[in-house]
Write a protein that binds this ligand. Structure first.
Ligand code: ADP
Ligand code: ZN
Length: 293
């Protein structure tokens, strides 16, 4: 069985091939430019690959409501050319096969539940902390869609008392994304996050924000695992800091061993590593093939 996967990010698009075991057999990547340039590149890649289905995990916001005329569109993104772009329809014009379609972070959550750090569990939450912050939600064996789709990157957190940075979110200023995504770290400390030493105070401040968000997520959704991915989480010293912040925020209230005693295996990096997004899209494609949509 050969399934196609598209991890469509705001900066780059990764296309790949894989099988029902989640093994990625091939991949290519190109920058996300205007759709008139990028779509033909995607279509050309899959043209001779004989895939049975394709899964697309896309940057957003996107329309994932099958009953909407705008189903399959990238919606209100400021990215040039992509506002209200019918991404899914353009792909379906080119290939008459089943397509899976969801947010990049929902795809990653599904990938982790299928083959990664939440394998065998019927719920997990996946955070990406990178250029932006996104949250994918898998609950009771299904990806959560709801009104639009979860937008947990834009929740509000309490400010750190020593933080004077105003935040960069164009909508909310100092929402979680505005204050904790990679660009916030760079603008606050005037140096790229990847160049800050592991013992720099930036990381305690970063964990202060992520820890609040994760504690809120645990209270709201009670996920059986929390997976933290994205470029910023390559700073592995963040994991113990975030776990401690989560425990400090919850303060013993959530009486689950996972939170109280086994938090090292509860809040974890992606089991699929940097493949989480592409493997997640593969899982979307596989589900679409099984459901024939
Ligand atoms: P994207 O979110 O665009 O898909 P990434 O998840 O790689 O891509 O996130 C990119 C962001 O993460 C940038 O803001 C970058 O500065 C930051 N970043 C990438 N690698 C690291 C690292 N090792 N340490 C800290 N920050 C990083
Ligand atoms: Zn915001």
């Amino acid at each position: 069985m050969r399934i196609g996967a598209i991890e469509a990010g705001g900066t780059k698009i990764v296309c790949g091939l894989g099988n029902e075991q989640g093994i990625i057999e091939d991949r290519v990547s190109f920058p996300t430019e205007q759709p008139e340039k990028t779509l033909p590149q995607i279509i050309a890649y899959f043209q001779d690959k004989h895939v049975e289905a394709i899964g697309i995990g896309s940057f957003g916001p996107i329309n994932i409501d099958p009953s909407s005329p705008e189903y399959g569109h990238v919606t209100t993104t400021p990215k040039p050319g992509w506002t209200n772009y019918p991404f899914l329809a353009k792909m379906k014009e080119a290939f008459d096969i089943p397509f899976g379609w969801d947010t990049d972070v929902n795809a990653a959550a599904l990938g982790e539940a299928t083959w990664g750090a939440a394998q065998g569990l019927d719920s997990c939450v996946y955070y990406t902390i990178g250029t932006g912050v996104g949250v994918g939600v898998y609950a009771e064996g299904k990806l959560v869609h709801g009104l639009v789709h979860p937008e947990g990157g834009h929740i509000l957190t309490r400010r750190h008392p020593d933080d004077t940075y105003e935040g960069f979110c164009p909508y909310h200023g100092d929402c979680l994304e505005g204050i904790a995504a990679g660009p916030a770290i760079e603008r606050r400390w005037k140096v790229k996050g990847s160049e800050l030493p592991p013992d720099h105070p930036a990381w305690a401040m970063e964990a202060f924000y992520i820890g609040q968000a994760v504690a809120g997520t645990i209270l709201l959704l009670s996920p059986k695992r929390v997976i933290l991915g994205g470029g910023v989480m390559h700073q592995l010293q963040l994991f113990p800091l975030v776990r401690a912040e989560v425990q400090r925020n919850l303060n013993g209230y959530v009486r689950a061993e996972a939170v109280l005693a086994e938090i090292d295996t509860y809040i974890v990096p992606p089991g699929l590593g940097d493949n989480a997004g592409l493997a997640g899209s593969l899982a979307l494609g596989l589900n679409a093939l099984r459901a024939r949509v």
